[in-house]
Design a protein around this ligand. Structure first.
Ligand code: HEC
Length: 95
């Protein structure tokens, strides 16, 4: 029986774990995009604001705050919540 090169297995493993390329957040240099990268990528990829219309974002954000609590992480800093929500809403999809 042929032995499989251990090096090859490591290579396959690494390749298998490479995350899919992420579409870029709108207005990537803005404070809002930086806040998404800082507060919204610990559990999943950076969420695109266009997945929800503006009116839904406050509710989604509340649910994400609950997830942070459930996972033993602190809440998003108070001063960051308003600009983060503003960013998500302003780039939200049309109704
Ligand atoms: C502590 C982990 C955690 C963090 C941090 C987190 N999320 Fe999530 N997120 C989840 C989990 C778990 C799900 C899947 C279950 C669900 O939808 O509630 C999810 C799902 C989502 C979804 C897809 C479901 C939907 O309602 O559209 C969006 C969008 C999303 N998160 C946005 C965000 C945003 C924005 C932030 C930052 C403010 C964030 N998440 C931070 C855990 C997290």
């Amino acid at each position: 029986m042929r032995r499989i090169e251990p090096g090859l297995i490591v290579l396959l493993f690494v390749a298998g774990c490479t995350p899919a390329p992420q579409p870029q957040l709108p207005d990537p240099g803005s404070q809002g995009a930086a806040l998404v990268m800082a507060n919204c990528t610990e559990c999943h990829g950076a969420p695109m604001p266009s997945v929800h219309p503006a009116k839904e974002w406050a509710g989604v954000l509340r649910r994400m705050q609950n997830w942070r609590t459930t996972k033993g992480m602190g809440p998003i800093p108070e001063k960051d919540v308003a600009p983060l929500l503003e960013y998500l809403k302003s780039h939200g999809r049309a109704e």
